[in-house]
Ligand binder design. Structure first.
Ligand SMILES: NC(=O)c1ccc[n+]([C@@H]2O[C@H](COP(=O)([O-])OP(=O)(O)OC[C@H]3O[C@@H](n4cnc5c(N)ncnc54)[C@H](OP(=O)(O)O)[C@@H]3O)[C@@H](O)[C@H]2O)c1
Length: 335
């Protein structure tokens, strides 16, 4: 169980015809506009000095081009990731603003709400702009607010895929992630069901969540795996081995809780000092650190606030030298 989010892993939890150029251009312009007067580093990053590692794109599964800084939609649901948000219009605004800013990778799950998150995404964004990748998940059930119980039974998972397709109003889900390996069901059986859904054209690519390199290797014997979603941030690197595996094997790594989840990052003081020195916020620094950390890193920060979303997206334009990153890394490691 996560220390800051109630999802269990038994141990822990572009659309409008945008080309890559306009997509990045919008994001970079947003960085300049949003933080004018606040961040020389970020404004400087709108020039040619922008580090490719922080503003680059990634081809999920080799064919879906996404900006590496995505958006996690889980925080748009009600308290305890349960039910509708108190301000539904605000949730719709956040989603539309994310796409406007150039985000084209949105992470969700049938378990968020449950169902509510996928419905909100469709309500806000359907008909979807070309190039938008909605990555959803199945295999985690919700007996109540704050409760999460894996179910990896093949028939259940196949039903999940069909229901997500309907809620999201999609003919095919570009990235379908097994939310949790169910300890009661052999992984091969759960993935066999997703392979069948892939064969039926209902899923394009498959990803995993909260997995070790050994589990990924086992899964890859059943079908190709294109991404992994594990908890990871500047203060919490327990899944480092999985990140190293993903880099070696060319799989996307989507760190959840990239800015520390609902409790935020711990021991903020050194990070706050570094953020001040770099005219950025701690959240921005944490996101830029992730993007710098590995070319396979696809952070999916979540927020229910347009202002935080704008701040987070602008983090993709932060450009620091290797020496500056080393200093920040050392500070965070001491925390
Ligand atoms: N695979 C899994 O098991 C799993 C588990 C958990 C989450 N996820 C996915 O990962 C995504 C991100 O994870 P997460 O939401 O737990 O963690 P997170 O993105 O690290 O943190 C989200 C929290 O930080 C706050 N926040 C966001 N931007 C901020 C900013 N600029 N300044 C200050 N506070 C800010 C948000 O509050 P406000 O709303 O007030 O901004 C929210 O409470 C989720 O949306 C979901 O898609 C996956």
């Amino acid at each position: 169980m996560s220390d800051n989010f109630p999802e269990p892993r038994h141990e822990e939890s572009a659309g409008n015809g945008l080309t890559r150029r306009t997509f990045l251009g919008m994001t970079l312009a947003a960085g300049g506009t949003l933080l004018a007067g606040g961040s020389t580093k970020i404004l400087a990053a709108t020039s040619a000095s922008t580090s490719p590692s922080t503003s680059s794109t990634w081809r999920l599964g080799g064919d879906l081009l996404v900006h590496r800084l995505g958006f996690g939609a889980m925080r748009l649901t009600g308290e305890g990731i349960w039910g509708w948000p108190a301000d539904r219009n605000n949730a719709l605004k956040v989603l539309r603003r994310a796409v406007e800013l150039g985000v084209n990778l949105i992470d969700t799950a049938d378990a968020y709400g449950p169902e509510v998150d996928e419905l909100l995404i469709a309500e806000a964004l359907y008909p979807y702009p070309k190039g938008l990748v909605i990555a959803t998940k199945g295999g985690n059930t919700r007996p109540g607010p704050g409760q999460w119980v894996p179910n990896g039974r093949p028939e259940y998972l196949k039903g999940c895929v069909d229901k997500s397709l309907k809620r999201l109003r999609l003919e095919r889900i570009e990235l379908y992630q097994l939310h949790r390996i169910d300890p009661k069901v052999p992984l091969e059986e759960s993935l066999g069901a997703l392979k069948e859904m892939e064969g039926a054209g209902k899923i394009r690519h498959v990803g995993l969540s909260e997995v070790t390199p050994e589990e990924i290797a086992r899964a890859r014997k059943v079908l190709p795996i294109v991404s992994v979603q594990n908890q990871y941030n500047i203060n919490n690197r327990k899944w480092e081995r999985t990140l190293v595996y993903c880099k070696k094997e060319g799989l996307g790594f989507m760190p959840w809780s990239p800015i520390g989840g609902s409790r935020g990052l711990r021991e903020r003081e050194p990070l706050e000092a570094a953020a001040r020195d770099n005219h950025a916020t701690v959240a921005q620094l944490a996101l830029a650190w992730l993007l710098h950390r590995s070319p396979v890193m696809l952070p999916i920060p979540g927020t229910s606030s347009v202002a935080h979303l704008e701040e987070n997206v602008a983090a993709a334009t932060i450009s620091l030298t290797s020496a500056e990153w080393q200093k920040i890394d050392a500070l965070a490691n001491q925390a």
